[in-house]
Design a protein around this ligand. Structure first.
Ligand SMILES: Nc1nc2c(ncn2[C@@H]2O[C@H](COP(=O)(O)OP(=O)(O)OP(=O)(O)O)[C@@H](O)[C@H]2O)c(=O)[nH]1
Length: 880
């Protein structure tokens, strides 16, 4: 007999382990715990004690033990204990409609299923009968219910008996304990006990199936009926797996739902690691893209749609879509403000931190130190020469240069770098070698204030001319002191007094006449009085106290620049403050680079250039535009960041249509917003009388909020110079019976200057009044279709003058309005009478073709006249 542990035996006997322990103590069997092993003899004693009904210690009596065993097998009341709870409990594990029956061989191990409705358990238990042909015992074992069943119809009983008989000798250990034991079997008898023996060895012992577990039964059944059991097990397994599948599907679905919910609502709460794990399998199947982790994002005051999308790690399209939902149409490169960006990001589930970060440009400006008085030294004045055409500007510049360069510098005189310095009485003067107010104003329009003093050159034999007046006004607009140089005094018809008189009309009154304007009479040709002119320049400079700090990072203006085939981009720069050194990192506009080499105006290499010194600089990445400010920065990386920013801004500006700087249409708004305190106006008219009339009328209509300042007025076509002045001074241009010339038209486009053209002064005054009070209602906008040049005229009786023309620009149409322009002045406005190509009437003639034109009620067409064709388009005013 196999050894058993206390708790096993207790279980077998259906008593508590602790009761068993107690009883063992009482019986003198020493055990430590319920895990202690019992000897065979002890087991028998205990069984006898419990099953023998006595509680009497029979351990030492073998016969009694045998008897006990026999008694046990026949004792109905103890049968149940003998069988233990295991069998009864485990029977339902087996198919209820099947029963093991022995084969003819009677070998339990080869039992087959046999359908038997009523008594599955009984029959099964029959297989466990220790002794064949003992239904009583069986009944006893199975308890009352089974006994009752066994009293049932004979047939089943017979079947049972048959079965029992077929089974052959009972496999009970009792037989083995008999003298001879197993060997007493008859030859025909099967040896089911062997299996039980084996089983006994495997703790099945003499109890046979009593101690079988459910699994054990199944195993046994498998052995016995492999196919059926397998099928059955397979079915079961399928059912189980279905359930498991169902369960797990639910689980998955649940998971998916959770996932979906989370991705829609709480995506920001995702733990990256967790996601990685939990989504690993799913990603392959149903999640094409990994979930976005929604970390709070940080933005500045503005951000482009693209950058915003990148910060959120989402497609820019989603941002654009969201913006559209919010009623904003934006392109990928468009900038949106922080508020809009925040709304969009919030909508997409992102938190936003707005970090107002100063742009690099502002940082650069802020990095500019305020100079202390003690750090400042007097610098040379920077002078520009202006004046009317052919009055001798270039001649004067050359004369000064030749007369005042030192002998050592003479070799470099031919060098032209856009600016040069001369020395007079030990003091230097810097001349900007690009004469003319147009260049001066073009620089000013870029924000460059280079000039300290303007020299107004007027030919003594010619007097004040239109460009003289322009130059005066340009200099005044720049608040630059003017020195008048009356040139060509060597000429016999020179009349300096006349020039002085004319200039008084423009508020330039010589000192000897009680004014404060310095006049110097010179001859560039004869190099007369040049020293005096320089003397006066130094005097004005002294009054102006032009100072700069040479001990700081250099800053200045690009005077001119070009791409040299051998040297790359070459720029002439004027250092205005600090000292520029070779090796400095320099930026100008979007051009940057390390100063590779520097040359002064004589072509000599220099290693540094202080305030007011013009130098040629090599090392720029590209050609910087004239008038651009340059800076040097210590940190190269910072410098490049500024350039990046400038590139971006440049691109944005190119993309958006820049509104006019100041325009009558939005003047009222600009006044309201405090952007405009002064309305600058440039008046151009066909006659001087109109200019003055308009000037006087306009200067009276100023209000408390805005005053009108006529910064320039002149006769003739509107020129590029007028447009540049308007651009630099944030002014509008008003024309009376004049038109802009070709260069001016181009400048209007690029500078976005508002120009207004009138035929009647009253209309101009009314418009400006209305604009100032926000009541301007521009109903029509003029659209110029094209321009035509009159090349020949033919007078035909009854028809009038026919103009043989050539379309120089755009086109002319039969129904167009036309204006006839002579020397920039509008001499007629009306309608076309006829438009012909050869002898045929045509509806339109395109650029590059000839045509014949007659104008309604106008015959004074002359060769060289320009005819401008235009239409008036209605303009819808947008509601504010
Ligand atoms: N007699 C005389 N002629 C002079 C004098 N200065 C200049 N000229 C002549 O005037 C003409 C024009 O001189 P520029 O120096 O070219 O005049 P500008 O103002 O520079 O002319 P633009 O460059 O066309 O604006 C030239 O033929 C000069 O020789 C002078 O002092 N006396």
């Amino acid at each position: 007999m196999v050894k058993k542990r206390v708790h096993e035996l207790a279980k077998e006997l259906n008593i508590e382990s602790k009761d068993m322990l107690h009883k063992l103590n009482q019986m003198g069997i020493t055990v430590k715990s319920h895990m202690s092993t019992l000897e065979d003899s002890e087991i028998v004693r205990i069984r006898n004690h419990y099953q023998g009904g006595g509680g009497k210690d029979t351990a030492n009596s073998s016969p009694a033990r045998k008897d006990r065993r026999g008694g046990y097998k026949t004792t109905g009341s103890r049968d149940r204990h003998d069988q233990g709870p295991g069998l009864v409990d485990r029977v339902p594990d087996r198919p209820p409609d099947r029963v093991f029956t022995d084969k003819a061989t009677g070998r339990g191990g080869e039992a087959k299923y046999k359908k038997q409705d009523a008594q599955p358990r009984v029959n099964q238990n029959k297989g466990n009968q220790p002794k064949s042909g003992q239904p009583k015992q069986e009944n006893g074992r199975q308890g009352k219910a089974i006994n009752e069943r066994n009293k049932a119809p004979d047939e089943p009983r017979a079947a049972q008996n048959k079965y029992n008989q077929n089974r052959g000798p009972a496999p009970a250990y009792r037989d083995r304990n008999k003298p001879g034991g197993d060997h007493n079997r008859t030859p025909g008898q099967q040896r089911p006990a062997k299996s039980f023996d084996r089983g006994g060895k495997d703790s099945r012992g003499g109890h046979g199936l009593n101690t079988q577990t459910g699994a054990g039964l199944a195993k046994l059944a498998q052995k016995v009926m492999p196919d059926q059991v397998k099928t059955m097990e397979k079915n079961k397994a399928q059912e189980r797996s279905k359930q498991v599948e169902k369960h797990s599907f639910k689980g998955k679905t649940g998971k998916d739902n959770r996932f979906a919910k989370e991705s829609s609502k709480k995506e920001r709460d995702f733990k990256p690691g967790l996601n990685k794990r939990s989504n690993k399998g799913q990603r392959k199947k149903s999640q094409p893209a990994p979930p976005v982790e929604k970390k709070p994002i940080t933005i500045g005051e503005t951000i482009t749609v693209k950058a915003l999308a990148e910060r959120m790690c989402i497609n820019a399209g989603e941002v654009i879509k969201k913006l559209m939902e919010l009623g904003t149409l934006a392109t990928i490169n468009q900038e949106i403000d922080a508020d809009t960006a925040t709304i969009v990001a919030n909508e997409l589930g992102f938190e936003v931190n707005i970090k107002v970060e100063l742009d690099k440009e502002t940082q650069l400006m802020m990095a500019e130190p305020e100079d202390e008085e003690k750090d400042l030294i007097t610098r040379p004045p920077v002078v520009t020469i202006m004046g009317h055409v052919d009055h001798g500007k270039t001649s004067l510049l050359d004369a000064i240069r030749h007369a005042n360069v030192t002998a050592s510098e003479a070799g470099g005189i031919t060098q032209h770098i856009g600016a040069y310095q001369v020395e007079h009485k030990g003091k230097k003067i810097t001349f900007v070698d690009t004469p003319g107010h147009a260049a001066f104003t073009a620089m000013r329009a870029r924000g460059a204030k280079v000039t300290d003093i303007a020299i107004l050159v007027i030919a003594a034999d010619d007097g004040v001319m239109p460009q003289t007046v322009e130059a005066i006004n340009h200099a005044r607009a720049a608040k630059v002191p003017i020195i008048v140089a009356i040139n060509k005094i060597d000429k016999p018809d020179a009349n300096p007094e006349k020039v002085k008189r004319e200039l008084t009309e423009h508020n330039l009154i010589p000192e000897e006449w009680g004014g404060d304007t310095i006049f110097v009479e010179v001859s560039a040709k004869q190099k007369q009085n040049l020293g005096e002119l320089l003397e006066m320049i130094l005097l004005v400079a002294e009054i102006g106290e032009y100072k700069a700090n040479p001990n700081r990072a250099a800053r200045g203006t690009v005077i001119e620049a070009e791409l040299d085939k051998g040297r790359g981009p070459v720029a002439t720069v004027l250092v205005q403050t600090g000292t520029l050194k070779v090796g400095d990192f320099i930026i100008a506009g979007v051009a940057y680079g390390k100063v590779r080499a520097m040359m002064d105006y004589t072509g000599r290499r220099v290693s540094k250039a202080g305030p007011s010194m013009p130098v040629e600089v090599l090392g720029f990445s590209e050609v910087p535009p004239a008038g651009e400010l340059f800076y040097t920065v210590e940190d190269e990386k910072f410098g490049k960041q500024i350039i990046d920013e400038r590139f971006k801004k440049k691109r944005e500006e190119e993309l958006k249509l820049t509104a006019p700087k100041v325009s009558l249409e939005d003047l009222f708004n600009q006044i309201q917003e405090g952007q405009v305190k002064e309305l600058g106006i440039i008046i151009k008219a066909d006659v001087q009388g109109s200019v003055e009339a308009v000037r006087q009328s306009l200067e009276q209509i100023g209000t408390d909020e805005v005053r009108v300042n006529v910064i320039h007025g002149g006769v003739g076509a509107i020129t590029e110079s007028d447009i540049m002045l308007a651009s630099a001074s944030n002014a509008i241009v008003i024309g009376f019976n004049v038109r802009p010339d070709v260069n001016a038209r181009n400048a209007i486009e690029t500078e976005k200057v508002d120009i207004r053209l009138y035929r009647i002064i009253y209309d101009a005054i009314e418009d400006i009044k209305a604009a100032m009070s926000g009541l301007l209602e521009p109903e029509y906008k003029e659209v110029v279709l094209g321009r035509v040049e009159v090349r020949k005229t033919f007078k035909v009786t009854k028809v009038g003058t026919i103009a043989g023309c050539y379309v120089t620009e755009g086109k002319i149409t039969r129904d167009a309005d036309v204006r006839v322009i002579r020397d920039g002045i509008v001499i007629h406005e009306g309608h076309l009478d006829s438009l012909k190509r050869f002898k045929d009437d045509v509806r339109e003639v395109m650029q590059g073709y000839e045509c014949g034109i007659t104008i309604e009620k106008f015959n004074d067409i002359r060769e060289g006249d320009q005819i401008e064709a235009y239409t008036m388009e209605a303009v819808k005013r947008e509601l504010a």
